[in-house]
Design a protein around this ligand. Structure first.
Ligand SMILES: Cc1cc2nc3c(=O)[nH]c(=O)nc-3n(C[C@H](O)[C@H](O)[C@H](O)COP(=O)(O)OP(=O)(O)OC[C@H]3O[C@@H](n4cnc5c(N)ncnc54)[C@H](O)[C@@H]3O)c2cc1C
Length: 319
């Protein structure tokens, strides 16, 4: 592989950011493209009215692997992350996007760019929007690293007549998330209420505004996977009311919860239910690879480690 060439990374979530930072540290040029308004992916922060902010995707992260533990400790030392929500758990500060933004600081990150086509030409890759408009100034890339959720990555590959064996096996559970601002007292005694009963409506309630670096009387509620799947195509406004009713019905929640703002968000691909079981996928000699939580499992840490693994794979081929 030509060391002077640029590597395109599709997706500015934690996997893409980890890959980008590792490749940059090894002296490689990277361009990161994301269809969203800003980096973070499912480590997401949503704006509400006024100064309200909600972490409506990943709620916290844990670190079991020494490499991610070292990264989390380094973030904590610089105030990019802080403990919250229970033993061993951390959150980004001032929002869940902060660690991703930190990894991408100073790199070429282009948001609002939805990659619709991969084109293989003269042993290089070019990227285009779905209507064929060139992306990244029409640049040719030595490698293209896909870090969007598996179904979106598969669609891109299929459009180019390509495949990465194993990718089609990945399955995700959906998640309906309710974001609300309450006028009355906090609905919970502690920071979170968790319920692992698969038949429950609500799996998770967090006093979002009480996380470090946040402000506001805000709460994030996540529906359980089975409930989310059963109601996946329903209207977001209706879902918000149903989840609010379910919240008020919880026995250990102070009620009635007096609500100011409310909004529901549907995550079609929230948590991985079936992962590939390999750190990453890579097609030798082509520069084409996939990383993300679809590789090792449904956690921020897994996605980070997968991004690192793919970067190492690319670097190993360049030696
Ligand atoms: C509701 C919810 C709760 C969760 N709770 C937790 C938790 O508490 N703890 C935990 O560890 N994990 C949690 N997770 C899982 C965790 O968020 C993910 O495992 C992790 O963030 C995945 O990172 P990723 O980089 O693999 O993918 P993503 O974060 O999804 O990043 C992929 C990026 O690709 C972009 N993209 C997609 N298609 C295109 C395209 N065509 N062109 C350009 N860009 C594209 C997307 O915009 C996105 O930014 C939760 C997830 C959700 C949704």
């Amino acid at each position: 592989m030509d060391r002077d060439d640029t590597i395109a990374i599709i997706g500015a979530g934690i996997a893409g950011a980890a890959a980008a930072r590792r490749l940059h540290a090894a002296g490689r040029r990277v361009v990161v493209l994301d269809k969203g308004r800003g980096p973070g992916g499912r480590m997401a922060t949503r704006r509400g009215p006024g100064a309200l902010r909600f972490d409506h995707g990943a709620q916290y992260f844990t670190a079991r692997d020494p490499r991610f533990a070292a990264q989390v400790a380094e973030w904590a030392a610089r105030g990019v992350a802080a403990p919250w929500g229970g033993p061993g758990r951390s959150v980004g500060v001032p929002g869940m996007t902060a660690p991703v933004r930190d990894l991408l600081a100073g790199l070429d990150v282009q948001c609002g760019r939805a990659v619709g086509r991969l084109v293989r030409e003269d042993r290089r890759w070019r990227l285009a929007e779905a209507d064929g408009a060139a992306l990244a100034g029409g640049a040719a890339f030595t490698a293209v690293l896909l870090t969007c959720p598996a179904p979106q990555s598969l669609a891109l590959l299929a459009g180019a007549g390509l495949d990465l064996p194993g990718l089609a096996e990945v399955r995700y559970a959906p998640c309906w998330t309710l974001m609300l601002a309450h006028d009355g007292p906090p609905p919970l005694d502690g920071p979170v209420r968790e319920n692992r009963d698969p038949d429950a409506t609500i799996a998770w309630v967090a006093q979002d505004g009480a996380k470090p670096g946040r402000e506001g009387a805000t709460v994030v509620v996540q529906a359980a996977p089975a409930w989310s799947r059963a109601h996946l195509e329903e209207d977001a406004a209706d879902i918000a009311e149903r989840l609010l009713d379910a919240l008020r019905d919880l026995p250990d929640v102070a009620g009635p919860v007096t609500v100011g703002h409310r909004a529901a968000h549907r995550w079609r691909y929230a948590r991985v239910e079936r992962a590939i079981g390999e750190p990453c996928l890579y097609a030798p000699g082509t520069g084409l690879g996939f990383a993300g939580d679809g590789c090792l499992g449904p956690r921020v840490e897994s996605a980070y480690l997968s991004g690192l693994a793919l970067a190492e794979r690319v670097l190993a081929e360049s030696v």
